[in-house]
Design a protein around this ligand. Structure first.
Ligand code: F0G
Length: 354
């Protein structure tokens, strides 16, 4: 009898991935994340649209990075590596730390000081990674770890590592499997520009294999203060409340531009104000708590609908990249604070307005 339990993305999509019978699969059973309909988002924008959210925050470490990390760590182990290294705005480091722990190898992570959400930092720490906070940007940290990986016996697991994108492309496979077709548009936040590239690759491969008749237009959103691709220039000091995508010189810049062009899509910007508005809307109207960077997809939906960019009745999928619990500080700053009351019925009733 074959097991029906979800086996993780490598076993599920093995034929599409560069693994062999010899590859030691390191998995936390990532993937198989829900594709949740978003009727309230459609109502608030254009009720004729069919909007779905691919909730990647429900992966084992709370972000889409786990899809790429199961591949990167399995291949590192296959090659005999005993240590991995990455620069990160937080989620890559959390995922690398967890999968390295699972594999029994060391993880070194470099994050920008003051630029990483609390939950992500706590994950890297508890999984036993060596965490260095660089007094500089993500882009500077990435340049340093890239040099280290060139000279020392440690595997780079940023999305420059080709296996990362191979794993991440399975997000597109799942969407087609869940929806029974590819969407007309795929909306996604863009930081280091790996994920938009990976999804496009996934859609193309599934299309070629006959699993989908359609190909979506890829639509990426950068934060307005951190929009190197949109502005077509390196941003030396990127700024945004969405720290996950606070990146001024993305590693996969060229590939993301290609994905946009090949798919006849576009890359736009959303302001911090728009991101925070979308972040609250998602939590309050749809009951989905994702981190601010993920809300860039939702902010982008609102902006694009206003600009009349989708035809009536179109099917849209938004990747919501990371869980809201990653960044509790921004959640508390964006909502009304809890009220302290004495432990007396009268006082509580007065507060509740009964
Ligand atoms: N959303 C979240 C929650 C992320 O953590 C990231 C990237 C992105 C979107 C953007 O994806 O880089 O593939 O374009 N986070 C990386 C990190 C940079 O270090 O965790 P991308």
């Amino acid at each position: 009898m074959t097991s029906r339990a979800w086996p993780g993305i490598i076993e599920r999509y093995r034929e599409f991935l560069p693994v062999s019978a010899k590859t030691p699969v390191v998995t936390l059973l990532e993937g198989n994340t829900p594709l949740v309909p978003a009727p309230r988002l459609a109502e608030a924008t254009d009720p004729s649209l069919k909007v779905y959210m691919k909730c990647e925050g429900f992966n084992p470490t709370g972000s889409f990075k786990d899809r790429g990390m199961t591949m990167a760590i399995s291949k590192a182990l296959e090659a005999g590596s005993r240590a991995v290294i990455c620069a990160s705005t937080g989620n890559t480091s959390a995922s690398a730390a967890a999968f390295a722990a699972r594999a029994g190898i060391a993880a070194f992570v470099m994050v920008p000081r003051g630029g990483v959400a609390l939950g992500k930092l706590s994950q890297a720490a508890i999984h036993g990674a060596r965490v260095l906070m660089v007094e500089g940007s993500f882009d500077q940290a990435l340049a340093i770890v890239t040099q280290i990986a060139e000279r020392y016996p440690v595997t780079l697991v940023n999305s420059i590592n080709p296996f990362r994108l191979e794993g991440q492309k399975t997000g597109a496979f799942e969407i087609v499997d869940q929806l029974g077709r590819a969407p007309d548009y795929h909306l996604i936040p863009v930081g280091n520009a790996g994920n938009i590239t990976a999804y496009w690759r996934g859609y193309k491969e599934y299309h070629r294999a006959g699993h989908a008749k359609e190909l979506p237009r890829m639509v990426g959103f950068q934060a307005a203060g951190a929009a190197p691709i949109y502005e077509d220039r390196v941003i030396p000091e990127p700024r945004t409340v969405a720290t996950a995508i606070k990146i001024g010189n993305p590693a996969n810049w060229g590939l993301a531009v290609e994905a946009k062009k090949d798919s006849d899509g576009w890359i736009d910007v959303v302001t911090d104000e728009e991101i925070l508005h979308a972040y609250r809307l998602l939590a309050r109207e749809e009951g989905i708590f994702m981190e601010p960077a993920s809300a860039a997809s939702v902010a982008g939906l609102i902006k694009s609908v206003k600009a009349g960019r989708f035809e009536r009745g179109a099917t849209l999928v938004l990747t919501l990249t990371g869980h809201g619990l990653k960044d509790p500080d921004t959640a508390l700053e964006s909502a009304s604070r809890p009220t302290t009351v004495p432990a007396e019925l009268g006082a509580v009733l007065a507060q509740l307005g009964f």
